[in-house]
Design a protein around this ligand. Structure first.
Ligand code: CA
Length: 225
């Protein structure tokens, strides 16, 4: 489990890193927004702790650029008590949570556990979005009383979409994560699996839609029936 801390208050950054390292997380620390963005885009992190007021690039812009690159890594903003507007802007920009400074060790670790669990070694059994659930043990896609079993690749595609339903996931990202780098898989393989998934969503009566963002990738959309 690898965590990136982007925080220009050096003492706070280093103290936070020390707490997390003691809990056996791997931690990298950077002290400005430009380094934060460069490190985050390496896509090796399971969680990013991101300060808002940062030198060079502010945290909100770092976050927007991370999301614009299609990365769904959980991001927890570190905010001062007075920065209420920033929290809202941060959540709108795709943050998963925020932690108000000063925070204590227990609060930090609880939030970190909650956010890393989504992506971590012990995933929760079910992911949920709109009216569908994805059972990660049985590979079943469930809507109300109806369920349908997904094939391995379908499951992984659905899982990636449900981890970060509102983010656009690029075809490259699907191919990299599901088939790996040295692969013969092509863009139309993704299209084929997406069409299978759309049919299965229809079969179980879900109103969740897999939307295509032309030339970029796919995301989930839910409109209540
Ligand atoms: Ca700061």
């Amino acid at each position: 489990m690898r965590i990136l801390i982007v925080e220009d208050e050096k003492q706070l950054a280093d103290a936070t890193a020390a707490i997390l390292k003691k809990e056996q997380y791997f931690v990298d620390v950077v002290y400005d927004g430009q380094d934060g963005l460069d490190y985050a885009l390496s896509d090796i992190y399971d969680l990013v702790l991101l300060d808002i007021m940062l030198p060079k690039i502010n945290g909100i812009d770092v976050l927007k650029q991370v999301r614009a690159h299609g990365l769904s890594v959980p991001v927890m903003l570190l905010t001062a008590r007075t920065e209420v507007g920033d929290k809202i802007r941060g959540l709108d920009a795709g943050a998963d949570d925020y932690l108000t400074k000063p925070f204590n060790k227990g609060e930090l670790l609880a939030r970190v556990r909650a956010l890393t669990r989504r992506k971590g070694d012990i995933p929760p059994n079910e992911l949920a979005f709109g009216d569908v659930k994805l059972n990660q043990s049985t590979y079943e896609l469930i809507c109300g009383e109806e369920a349908v079993k997904l094939g391995g690749k379908e499951f992984k595609i659905m899982q990636m979409l449900m981890y970060a339903p509102k983010n656009i996931i690029s075809k490259d990202e699907f191919i990299e994560k599901i088939w790996g780098y040295d692969t013969e898989a092509e863009y139309n393989s993704i299209e084929v699996y997406i069409s299978f998934l759309r049919k299965k969503l229809g079969v179980i009566g879900s109103t969740v839609k897999i939307k295509a963002s032309r030339g970029i990738g796919y995301y989930l959309e839910y409109t209540e029936a």
